[in-house]
Design a protein around this ligand. Structure first.
Ligand SMILES: [Zn+2]
Length: 348
């Protein structure tokens, strides 16, 4: 069957690499900004999101991307109302795009102006997820949470994230991630935290941003990250042959690949057709899961990521269905969820 016969939106999909704050649509950020303005809340000179991030602008690179969060979005989403409102909006957007299983990730942060602790931050997101899933006629989307350690964090802050994973494991938190500006380092200080996570909470999934940029793609760093025994790695761009072989040798590791993000941010050379998806998707020893990273910034929903690989790499309908289906094996959401997905995901 021709691939154009696939309705990529209707195709039930699994999203495993999506940052909560980066997944908020500009329209939703605009709503938050308007409401705060109407309420007379001080916005510290924050511009309308539709001016700060004009619709259609998706060419954020690693230099402009991270400040967008630290100096803009985090200042706008700074209380329980905004956190709940934006989380619900993100869930609605993923559900409308045909995503049936979502692992959202976020770095727990305090919201000083609202008196919110990191634990309350996590609680607020989990309760928004529960609220979404308990609505009448709820779409089939089920969502879990991954807590991220930011590379800028101290070892102490990273331990705090692990403590929160422990506190909320079984209540919606399923994984621990390492993320953040790849120019920031070194990462060795986090080793004991990830090792402790593996040792004391083995059911918790581990995923790591991996070789996102040249600065974070040294053999030394990548071998260190692999020594933490991640279940999945994200981006996987700047690899030497030795690291490539090491990934294959370790077997059945999930690779979270984000095409539009990598192309729009200029993280790879060339366009979609030169993306390393082409190198990995047929490799037996690994499982490729297409993901969006930051759909609010890069503007490409997951349905479009599937359309892109079909177009640029010639995947058939059978290839597309088996790509989604293989992803079930590397979710962090547990066996019951895997069974539910096996019933939902299309067979070729
Ligand atoms: Zn990411």
């Amino acid at each position: 069957m021709a691939v154009d016969a696939v309705d990529f939106k209707a195709l039930p999909k699994i999203e495993l690499h999506a940052h909560l704050s980066g997944s908020i649509s500009r329209q939703c950020l605009h709503e938050v900004w308007l409401k705060k303005k109407e309420n007379g809340e001080i916005l510290d000179g924050l511009q309308d999101p539709l001016v700060e991030m004009p619709l259609g602008k998706h060419d954020y690179d690693l230099k402009t991307f991270f400040p967008l969060f630290s100096s803009y979005i985090y200042h706008l989403v700074n209380d329980i109302w905004a956190l709940r409102h934006t989380t619900l909006s993100v869930l609605r957007d993923f559900a409308a795009d045909g995503v049936v299983y979502l692992e959202l990730r976020t770095t727990p942060r305090t919201m000083p102006s609202a008196g919110l602790t990191k634990a309350q931050y996590v609680e607020t997101i989990l309760s928004a997820i529960a609220e979404f899933e308990s609505q009448p006629n709820c779409p089939p989307l089920r969502t879990k949470l991954i807590l991220s350690v930011d590379r800028r964090n101290s070892a102490e802050e990273a331990y705090e994230v692990l403590t929160l994973c422990r506190q909320f494991y079984g209540k919606g938190v399923v994984g621990l991630d390492l993320c953040g500006d790849p120019e920031k380092g070194p990462i060795d200080k986090f080793g004991p935290v990830f090792e402790e996570a593996k040792r004391t909470l083995p059911e918790l999934g581990i995923t790591l941003h991996f070789a996102e940029a040249e600065a974070s793609g040294t053999e030394e760093e990548l071998l260190t990250l692999l020594s933490w025994k991640p279940d999945r790695i994200g981006h996987v761009i700047h690899l030497s042959d030795k690291i490539r072989e090491e990934i294959k040798r370790r077997g059945v590791m999930g690779l979270e690949l984000c095409l539009s993000c990598n192309v729009h941010a200029g993280m790879i050379c060339g366009g979609f057709e030169s993306h390393h998806f082409g190198e990995w998707w047929k490799v037996e020893e690994t499982i490729v899961v297409l993901s969006t990273d930051d759909v609010g910034v890069f503007g490409s929903p997951l349905s479009n990521e599937y359309a892109l690989v079909a177009k640029h790499f010639g995947l058939t309908r059978a290839d597309i269905c088996s790509l989604v289906r293989r992803g079930i094996d590397v979710i962090f959401g547990g066996d019951e969820e895997k069974e539910r997905l096996k019933g939902l995901i299309w067979t070729a």
